[in-house]
Design a protein around this ligand. Structure first.
Ligand SMILES: Cc1cc2nc3c(=O)[nH]c(=O)nc-3n(C[C@H](O)[C@H](O)[C@H](O)COP(=O)(O)OP(=O)(O)OC[C@H]3O[C@@H](n4cnc5c(N)ncnc54)[C@H](O)[C@@H]3O)c2cc1C
Length: 456
């Protein structure tokens, strides 16, 4: 037998809070979710989740994890029009760090990806959580958790109205703007250390209606690179409209209007995609968002923590959004919480934080290497990041024309086979040999093309 609680409270009913409530509903008599923002009765954007207006890529691993917590979710989304990314070569255009991966082939090990918008995914999950008999969602803010100094524990929450509500466990799912570090300090604890990478990302998004038949793709990604600090992510969502997000890294501003967006597309997207966008109709205003830094709050490293409070979701770690991992990593945290509450004798908070640190580490590290060596980010840079970044650049270069390497990358990027982006020695050897062959072929072709005019 694992834990059983009388009453658990979750602050914040966004993706992380909803997942936490789902897990806790199995081990609590009652779960109360508090949400300060207005919650629409359908898949619509919310004021407190401004990122929802920008492209959100759901990784294949995240889809599988969400399905494990909410069986039937994926089929229901498809029934509601969410596109599936089939295993077809023309379905995806994927460029990373200046390399366009060789996706002009079928992946050997098939996997299915889903393309719901952020509001759609949250709405589908919220509906399911609202259907759970012992979960109540209350539309009010939490002012702060109630801390009992004598017991060294959080014992409930104080609502914006001043009312106090008792709880055995309080989950802080208030997102990257969490005030938990300040509350800890106020209660006499240390603030968690923060690992920070200053990525300086600016997002600018425009919904675009593209005439039918012009694009077979459903996902188009052209990531930023060392030479090209601007990127584009385009997803075809359930409402039949493309969400086109342009972004700049290292404080480079993305285009601020549709004309600028099209001009960037001309530069970095395949010609047929850029042409389709030019024939498209922009719908509504452009949305803008600044994301200055990726941030990992190291609660796992704190020696002292009050009992009864668990930070969760983006409140623990917020990843560079251009890599599209946040929701998937949240879904993994839900799995950690489930394991913790069902493991006999486990210290639930510590176990969940420890497992979250274990799954965060490889993803955080690879992002940091990419950001610091290829994307003009600033932050602590161990000496070995540069050579590893260089090797990775080589690997992606080879993956442009070697489908085996491209498939390996796409599966790892989708966080499917492992969270570690570390190719085996055999694959590195393959990448090096491939690049050597390409280089020699280019040299040979170069000397022949020089020879032609001489003999003519
Ligand atoms: C620009 C951008 C693009 C992104 N793109 C992707 C992507 O492509 N793929 C991906 O997987 N992830 C992406 N992410 C990350 C993803 O949005 C988050 O990981 C995901 O939303 C989970 O966040 P969360 O639930 O922890 O917090 P949030 O979504 O930030 O929600 C926090 C909630 O807490 C509520 N709240 C806060 N304080 C209180 C309070 N005191 N009382 C009551 N309620 C409170 C808020 O109203 C809000 O509803 C992106 C993020 C950004 C910023």
């Amino acid at each position: 037998m694992g834990r059983s609680y009388k009453h658990t409270v979750v602050i914040g009913a966004s993706l992380a809070g909803l997942c936490a409530a789902r897990v806790l509903s199995d081990v609590s008599d009652r779960v109360t979710l508090y949400e300060r923002d207005d919650l629409p009765d359908g898949p619509a954007n919310r004021a407190a989740v401004p990122q929802g207006r920008h492209v959100h890529l759901l990784m294949a691993r995240g889809a599988a994890e969400f399905e494990s917590h909410f069986p039937g979710l994926l089929d229901a989304m498809v029934a509601d029009g969410v596109p599936i990314l089939e295993n077809r070569p023309d379905c995806i255009h994927f460029g990373a760090a200046g390399h366009v991966l060789g996706t002009a082939h079928r992946l050997r090990s098939e996997f299915t990806a889903y393309v719901p918008s952020r509001p759609q995914l949250e709405w589908q999950i919220r509906r399911r959580v609202l259907d759970i008999a012992n979960v109540e969602l209350v539309r009010t803010g939490v002012e702060e958790p109630v801390y009992d100094a004598a017991g060294g524990a959080v014992t409930g929450v104080r609502l914006d109205s001043g009312e106090q509500v008792a709880a055995d466990l309080v989950v802080d799912a208030t997102g990257r703007g969490t005030r938990l570090p300040a509350w800890l300090q106020k209660w006499g604890y240390e603030r968690p250390r923060e690992d920070v990478v200053q990525v300086g990302i600016g997002y600018a998004s425009q919904r675009v209606q593209v005439p039918d038949g012009l694009l077979a793709e459903k996902v188009v990604v052209a990531g930023a690179s060392r030479e090209q600090p601007l990127g584009i992510g385009m997803l075809f969502y359930e409402d039949g409209v493309w969400n086109v997000t342009t972004f700049g890294v290292g404080k480079v501003e993305p285009p601020s209007d549709f004309a600028g967006l099209c001009a960037l597309a001309d530069e970095i997207l395949p010609a047929h995609v850029a042409a389709a966008l030019r024939r498209g109709t922009p719908l509504g205003e452009m949305s803008f968002h600044k994301y200055p830094a990726s941030r990992w709050r190291r609660y796992d490293k704190l020696e002292r923590l009050p009992a009864g409070i668990l930070p969760f979701g983006d409140a623990v770690v917020s990843f560079n959004p251009t890599f599209g991992q946040g929701m998937t990593m949240t879904s993994l945290q839900a799995g950690h919480l489930r394991r913790a509450v069902t493991t006999p004798g486990a210290d639930v908070v510590r176990a969940c934080l420890r497992d979250t640190a274990k799954t965060t580490f490889p993803v955080w590290m690879m992002n940091a290497i990419g950001d610091l060596t290829l994307h003009r980010a600033t932050g602590p840079t161990p000496w070995w990041y540069k050579p590893v970044g260089g090797l990775f650049d080589q690997f992606l270069g080879a993956a442009e024309t070697d489908p085996v390497l491209a498939e390996w990358f796409l599966r790892r990027f989708s966080l499917l086979d492992s969270l570690y982006m570390v190719p085996s020695a055999r694959l590195i050897g393959r990448a090096v040999r491939h690049n050597m062959r390409m280089w020699l072929a280019e040299r040979r072709a170069g000397s022949q093309s020089v020879a032609v005019p001489q003999s003519a």
